[in-house]
Ligand binder design. Structure first.
Ligand SMILES: Nc1ncnc2c1ncn2[C@@H]1O[C@H](COP(=O)(O)OP(=O)(O)OP(=O)(O)O)[C@@H](O)[C@H]1O
Ligand SMILES: [Mg+2]
Length: 245
């Protein structure tokens, strides 16, 4: 018999039209990949997930890797999201990982790099009592080709450490190179994630759509269907119906 403690716990995204596609939300305390080409809405998705958390009493941390903290705040405010007051009230944290991080991608540094990121996240988690986490993007985009094995190992270690030591519901963001058919930039993110949501842009005849697909969600009945969505100022992503053939 299934007892309530054994049922899968869900963390709602609050994104209109999405939670009902995934049995109520993301998998609690697990890592999910948000993947897509540049400009497809990954950052908006991530912030919307954190802002919904605040609405239902779950605080969140947004770790910016390649973008300046102030830019993220300015962008979100310009979009119509009053993040400043949430930051002041410690309901939300927007934290930037220091540049120079990419140069240190050598094997002996992986453990230290992951350790320092985990310490930084844990401090913020304790400070505000967060249970939601976003890392956008998961690794610096300027990683050199020869650093790929190190980057993959770093991502692997970081995701495992987050799940083992922090236990928050996490989104890792991966920018997929334009025109490529891959699920993630570094080729390991998809295997580490319990769920994958891909965002894209589709041209069909004279129409151009923003698209969302739940590519994988463990223990969840999902259809591999492409959905249309809109980005609405002050609200974020609004998922509409499936794209018909
Ligand atoms: N008020 C708005 N109304 C509609 N669309 C908007 C609005 N503001 C921003 N957008 C769209 O949202 C997109 C940016 O989304 P976002 O920054 O989340 O993308 P991203 O996938 O994170 O991009 P990157 O890979 O560059 O970080 C832009 O392409 C822009 O067209
Ligand atoms: Mg972004």
């Amino acid at each position: 018999m299934i007892t309530p403690t054994r049922t899968i716990q869900r963390t709602p995204t609050g994104i209109p039209g999405l939670d009902e596609l995934i049995e109520g939300g993301l998998l609690k305390s697990r890592t999910h990949l948000i993947a897509g080409e540049t400009g497809t809405g990954k950052t908006i998705f991530s912030l919307q997930f954190l802002l919904h958390g605040v609405k239902i009493g779950e605080r969140g941390i947004y770790m910016a890797i390649d973008e300046d903290r102030e830019n993220v705040i300015r962008g979100a405010e310009g979009f119509g999201w009053d993040v400043s007051s949430l930051l002041e009230k410690n309901l939300l944290s927007i934290t930037q990982i220091v540049p120079g991080f990419a140069e240190k991608f050598k094997k002996k540094y992986i453990e230290a790099a992951v350790g320092s990121v985990i310490v930084g996240i844990r401090q913020e988690m304790m400070r505000i009592g967060a249970t939601r986490l976003v890392i956008d993007p998961i690794a610096p985009l300027l990683t050199k080709e020869e650093d790929l094995p190190f980057t993959r190992e770093y991502i692997r270690e970081l995701v495992l450490a987050i799940e083992r030591e922090l236990g928050c519901t996490t989104l890792i963001v991966s920018e997929v190179p334009t025109g490529s058919n891959t699920l993630s930039r570094f080729g390991v993110e998809e295997f580490l994630a319990s769920g994958i949501i891909t965002l894209g842009i589709l041209r069909k005849g004279n129409e151009v759509y923003r698209t969302l697909c739940v590519r994988k969600m463990r223990w969840t009945a999902v259809d591999p269907v492409l959905y249309k969505f809109r980005i609405v100022r002050g609200e974020g992503i609004v998922v509409e119906g499936p794209i018909s053939e």
